[in-house]
Design a protein around this ligand. Sequence first.
Ligand code: C5P
Length: 223
Amino acid sequence: MGDRKKYAIIVAAGSGTRMGGDTPKQFISVGGKPLLRHTIEKFLSLSFPVGIIVVVNQEKKEYWKKYCQDYDFMDRYAIPSGGITRFHSVQNALQYLPDDSVVAVHDGVRPFVTKEFLEEMFRQGEELGNAIPAIAPVETVREVSGPESYILRRDDIRLIQTPQVFRSEVIKAAYKLPYDPKFTDDASVAEAAGYRINLVDGLKYNIKITTPEDLEIAKLWLD
Ligand code: C5P
């Protein structure tokens, strides 16, 4: 493992509109703990220390701080406020990231990431400047355009996950760009800033809990 200090920006400021219901999915309790805690615990299980920066919506901050106090979970962490989009949430979090570090930006709703996978992602991100996990789709893929659709070459497609790991100077330079709606992850921002993206093997089980069906899977796996 490289010498740089390791950090995790865990984005958990989404409103969870695709899930329905009042509680954003990251705070839903599964297997006796909020999904967000399951996710953070993976980072706390690594064989080296990781500084935790957890981005939460302003109106959920007191709730999360109280949860951490009541359950004696994590005494030291930074808690920047979420922004209007994921891009703005990450941008806020970067103010807490020290220079000459390496950071994994991870969705708070991906609790099935593993210790081994995280350690490998940190190693590659520090070595390469950025490391972005990708998996090949197993289904056939088509592009839709209005009422029409067109077959795509499946071998040319990759589905992108988090954690996306960067040297701090790379991600800080990238997030100086103005917001663009096509920025749905951190690699898209780094790419627009001129960095070559390094895809590495993703992890099939590392699903993003987004819809009620995903939550059913999470309950089966975590309960
Ligand atoms: O909405 P999407 O599926 O892209 O969200 C991915 C992750 O980004 C989620 O963990 C969500 O909580 C987070 N997010 C955020 N701030 C936003 C929107 C999403 O931290 N404004």
